[in-house]
Design a protein. Structure first.
Length: 363
């Protein structure tokens, strides 16, 4: 059994390659949660065709990019805020709201807590439980809301649990938060991977609630983390004005700007959705056959697993996999989980077969 917990981010390939003395290019990144089809062919061609655009400033207002996003998700282009990835938008939202008290729905992505802490906010976590399959009981959650909370942060679908809150459930939560004057930030980085996005996404609710901002990214679904492009949607006029006045100009590079054609690449989008839905079902069925693990039914493009053997930790499984070139996520460093949880994302069929078989060898 491994005695040292290994917790790496999906981007830590170079660090891992050096630590385990393996070729970085041979590592299959099951921890990155990135679309295995790679970038949109339309985006690739747009970048190639506009390679010389680097010699000029991009449009300061990113009119074409905003319109592409608007057409894609049905939001008013004037209510779209562009960011250098969702990381900038998370920090921008927290800086603008300046919450004295922040409530985070956990276990979840650690950047929310880090950003709130840097802003000087008190942080409370409403921790969902393994015994409840990390599903939210909305009625119970509403009882935890109170007037001293300034900001509520929800990742939907959630990383690392791959669980969702439906749009109808979010409607109930938002209505109560509006009564209590709580601003709500919903991170939908993984929402395009779900089966029925119209039943999950909160973007339509931005037209109803001015205490809501929805964040999205091209890093995962569009396999473009290097572009550093994220966007947020809100109809809160005060928020829009504050961010317009306080945001760094030209924060989106010219290649990210022209790559906005990815939102029009319907063939790529539909192919991705079909692949992930098929592989998600197959992987879940294959893993559920093993009684020494608990598999949480996934809704996004990754699955969370709890190890049930008493003498086995996430570090053991991580090391077994990485020595075979498969980088899964050891979830030990997620608050509220501990050393019994691993996560991996869905890749192409043969790659999925390889990692599932490898995990089943050791668990």
């Amino acid at each position: 059994m491994s005695t040292v917990a290994q917790s790496f981010h999906g981007s830590d390939l170079e660090v891992i390659a050096k630590r385990y003395h393996i070729d970085q290019n041979s590592i299959v990144p099951y921890a990155s949660n990135v679309n295995p089809l790679g970038i949109s062919p339309m985006a690739r061609q747009a970048i190639i065709d506009n390679v010389d655009a680097i010699q000029a400033y991009p449009d300061r207002d990113y009119v074409s990019l905003r319109q592409s996003i608007s057409n894609y998700c049905g939001a008013d282009p004037n209510q779209i805020i562009l960011g250098n990835g969702t990381s900038e938008l998370i920090n921008l939202t927290i800086k603008t709201i300046a919450p004295k008290e922040t409530l985070i729905l956990g276990p979840t992505y650690s950047e929310y807590g880090r950003a709130a802490q840097l802003a000087g906010s008190q942080i409370d976590t409403y921790m969902l439980k393994n015994l409840d399959d990390f599903e939210l009981d909305v009625d119970m959650f509403l009882k935890a809301l109170h007037e001293s909370i300034d900001l509520l942060i929800i990742c939907n679908p959630n990383n690392p649990t791959s669980k969702v809150i439906t749009k109808d459930q979010m409607d109930i939560i938002l209505a109560r938060c509006l009564e209590l004057n709580i601003f709500v930030m919903v991170d939908e980085t993984y929402v395009e991977f779900v089966k029925d996005i119209h039943l999950i996404s909160s973007i339509a609710l931005t037209k109803k609630y001015d205490n809501l901002i929805v964040l999205r990214s091209v890093s995962k679904f569009f396999a473009s983390p290097g572009l550093r492009l994220g966007y947020a949607i809100t109809n809160n006029e005060d928020f829009l004005e504050a961010t317009a006045n306080g945001k760094t100009p030209w924060n989106i590079n010219v290649y990210a700007s022209v790559a906005g054609v990815m939102f029009e690449d319907d063939h790529y989008i539909n192919l991705t959705k079909s692949l992930i839905q098929t592989e998600r079902n197959l992987i879940y069925s294959a893993l559920c056959s093993r009684k020494t693990i608990k598999v949480f039914k996934p809704e996004a493009n990754f699955v969370l697993i709890k190890l049930l053997k008493e003498d086995q930790t996430a570090s053991d499984v991580f090391e077994y996999c990485i020595k075979r070139g498969f980088m899964i996520r050891n979830c030990t460093d997620y608050e509220g989980l501990g050393d019994k949880y691993i996560r991996f994302c869905f890749m192409k069929p043969e790659q999925n077969d390889n990692v599932v078989n490898t995990i089943l060898e050791i668990v």
